[in-house]
Design a protein around this ligand. Structure first.
Ligand SMILES: CC(C)(COP(=O)(O)OP(=O)(O)OC[C@H]1O[C@@H](n2cnc3c(N)ncnc32)[C@H](O)[C@@H]1OP(=O)(O)O)[C@@H](O)C(=O)NCCC(=O)NCCS
Length: 429
């Protein structure tokens, strides 16, 4: 059995860049029909951003828009509005991430769409929650990270590198898309019972803040006791009244650190991560793995609280043990004793790992033409009775005729829309 969870669901996708398209990418992979509205002639901004060939769409675009249909449409023209109205009347979900106010200006904000089709769920992505004084700001990834306490708590905690730091993971962009996906799927379930579509508002700020719970937890603790035992600053330094950056410590109560491995002088990723769990049994096993049995009777190390206080000495000894060993060798040595550890991997290493080409984790899409095959990250979860297919991305306006014909337009109408600027740029005079 291979039943697509969203089979029969029609999505009008008025999103571009990353946050919105990452959401509608998932909707498409779950089986919805996703019609991506793109401005004639230009399309999604990422088509022409960070290109590897000026003639071809970028990997940025390709990695976020597979299995969608592209309708080139100027929604500001009277014909464009008529076409979009027809689409909305058939849609289950309308999702957009234009700058604040833009969708209302085009006449397709929540109120208008809800009037046109009360069953249609409306998803909107903006930078900030509606209550925020920043709600009218345009937003990109770092704007979310710097305002949701992600950047202020990430990075090194001393010296000249003690600056707010961006995460390599897209906490503001793709993470927002995934949060929006949750909201839309919940709204679909809700509609099953109420028969009515609802308005799902997802800000990049909220999505990013939702992943910073461990930092809000730390703020609460700091407010109460004035220090954080898991941070590298403890017990030596006085804490500020806000959560400081914590370098590479583990976010929870266990004691984790990144260690230099053999070759670190020339290989930027010759590092591994090792964690000491709090439990006695786990500590005993870790001591065996390292050959540090003397710690079992040493009061400076034989309790979790003592280890927190003496983490500097602990890290130094572990570092001396690790420094002449390959990062993969470390895992082989420690894993049999149940010590949580892993090599630090580069993008190159991840993307060339054959284990990850399991049909979902990393997938190869055949785009055809000059692009041929490219790799992307697949649907991040598996469903026992459904396997997504991973098809190519549409050309700009590649499905325009098909979508218009599906709405009942004749070939003469379709030709007219092409020549009057509705679905193709106006010919230059
Ligand atoms: C990403 C962002 C900063 C880009 O802003 P931008 O450069 O102004 O681009 P937008 O796509 O929002 O809109 C540009 C214009 O194109 C218009 N437009 C876009 N698609 C159109 C279409 N198919 N037909 C007609 N007009 C269209 C918009 O209505 C807008 O017009 P206006 O400026 O006259 O109001 C902004 O969209 C934003 O803040 N979005 C919300 C947060 C977000 O998702 N950020 C992206 C994270 S990856």
């Amino acid at each position: 059995m291979n039943t697509a969870p969203l089979q029969g669901i029609k999505v009008v996708d008025f999103t571009n860049v990353q946050s919105g398209p990452s959401c509608t990418q998932m909707l498409a992979w779950l089986g919805a029909e996703v019609i991506k509205i793109e401005r004639p002639g230009t399309g999604d901004a990422t088509r022409n951003e960070l290109q590897f060939d000026p003639e071809l769409p970028s990997y940025y675009f390709l990695q976020l828009n597979s299995d969608k249909k592209s309708l080139a449409l100027d929604a500001a023209t009277p014909d464009g509005k008529e076409i979009l109205t027809k689409l909305v009347k058939e849609a289950d979900i309308f999702v957009e991430n234009l700058h604040p106010g833009a969708m209302d200006k085009l006449g397709f904000g929540w109120d208008s769409v809800h009037k046109l089709n009360p069953r249609c769920i409306y998803g909107t992505i903006k930078g900030f929650p509606q209550s925020s004084r920043y709600k009218d700001l345009k937003a990109y990834e770092p704007i979310a990270q710097v305002t949701a306490a992600a950047a202020s708590t990430t990075g090194w905690y001393s010296g000249p590198d003690n600056v707010p730091t961006q995460s390599g993971a897209a906490l503001g962009d793709s993470n927002t898309g995934m949060h929006m996906l949750i909201g839309l799927l919940a709204a679909l379930m809700q509609r099953e019972r109420t028969g009515e579509g609802s308005f799902v508002y997802q800000s990049m700020h909220n999505a990013c803040l939702n992943l910073c719970r461990i930092k809000t937890r730390d703020q609460l603790t700091l407010d109460k006791i004035g220090y954080l035992t898991q941070y590298p600053q403890y017990p030596k330094e006085k804490f500020p009244d806000y959560v400081p950056r914590s370098g590479n410590t583990e976010g929870s109560g266990v004691l984790g650190w990144t260690y230099k491995c053999k070759g670190w002088e020339t290989d930027a990723n010759a590092f591994c991560y090792i964690i000491f769990q709090r439990g006695e049994k786990d500590f005993e096993l870790a001591c065996k793995a390292f050959g540090f049995e003397d710690w079992l009777t040493n009061p400076d190390f034989n309790t979790a609280d003592a280890r927190d206080k003496n983490k500097e000495a602990l890290i130094k000894r572990v570092q001396d043990f690790v420094i002449d060993k390959d990062k993969h060798e470390i895992v082989k040595l420690l894993a049999p004793y149940g010590v949580p550890c892993a090599p630090v991997l580069s993008t190159k290493e991840v993307m060339s790992d054959p284990d990850l080409y399991d049909g979902n984790t990393l997938v190869k899409i055949n785009q055809g033409g000059k692009i041929g095959e490219f790799v992307t990250v697949g649907c991040p979860f598996t469903i026992s009775n459904y396997q997504p297919t991973y098809g190519p991305c549409p050309e700009l306006g590649g499905n325009t005729d098909e979508v218009l014909a599906g709405l009942g337009y004749s070939q003469a109408d379709i030709d007219k829309f092409k020549s009057n600027g509705t679905t193709a740029p106006m010919p230059k005079k």
